[in-house]
Design a protein around this ligand. Structure first.
Ligand code: SAM
Length: 219
């Protein structure tokens, strides 16, 4: 009798499927999912938000199609090299590679760097493009024949000094939307927010007199 009682006591403690022991802990799953989503959101959003917290805030604003066309009209032909400083999603680099340039993107945001590499691969120009995850202020631009920048007004004077110290002779600088403050451009292309200013290194290194005329780039 004692044995039988004990057995039934043991059986009564075992749980069948669907009873409390086999239940899915939905609370824990929901907490885990929410936590994971928040961590993922944080990881994706941080590189987009941190430029706004830097001393010189340069956010991701992609070039318009007209702006890209103006850049391509402005750069030097002949299959040289091109660098886009702060290359965003890689649209200028990829468009230049399609025109035969060996094109390089310098970009701080790792997600945009990976996305640019994917886009270049998808569009069949990965062998003509390179994307570096780098801080533009730590890169030397002396090796490029075309330097493209879509910056913000607050950074242009500092970048002007940097490029003046680094550019090799024969290089060309194309500034999108915002010109260099102390530099007279050699030409311009486009208008309004799509306008680009073109500076050849000769006049960039030794600023021209203000009286020199600025010509629109010929299409
Ligand atoms: C105005 S967007 C231009 C994007 C691209 N050039 C275009 O025209 O479509 C500027 C880019 O510079 C990047 N950036 C900001 N600070 C940077 C830094 N210190 N070094 C490199 N890239 C930076 C931003 O993440 C952003 O993608």
């Amino acid at each position: 009798m004692l044995e039988a009682k004990g057995e039934s006591a043991i059986h009564s403690q075992e749980s069948s499927p669907g009873e409390s022991g086999g239940k899915v802990p939905w609370g824990l799953v929901a907490t885990g999912l929410l936590g994971g989503t928040l961590v993922a959101l944080y990881a994706v959003a941080t590189p987009f938000v941190t430029p706004a917290l830097r001393k010189l805030c340069l956010p991701f604003v992609p070039a318009t199609p007209a702006q890209v066309r103006n850049v391509l009209r402005a750069v030097q032909r002949g299959g040289g090299t091109l660098v886009d400083i702060g290359s965003g999603d890689g649209r200028i680099v990829i468009a230049a590679a399609k025109q035969g340039f060996c094109a390089v993107g310098i970009e701080l945001n790792p997600w945009l760097v990976w996305y640019s590499r994917y886009r270049a691969w998808r569009e069949g120009v990965h062998h003509k493009t390179t994307f570096y995850r780098s801080d533009l202020w730590k890169v030397n631009f002396s090796q490029y024949t075309n330097v493209v920048i879509f910056g913000v007004p607050q950074m242009m004077a500092q970048l002007e000094d940097k490029l003046r110290a680094e550019l090799s002779s024969g290089a060309r600088v194309v500034a999108c939307r915002f010109p260099f403050p102390r530099q007279q451009p050699d030409a311009t292309a486009g208008e309004g927010i799509d306008m680009v200013w073109v500076y050849d290194s000769v006049s960039f290194i030794a600023p021209r007199a203000d009286t020199n005329p600025v010509h629109p780039v010929e299409s």
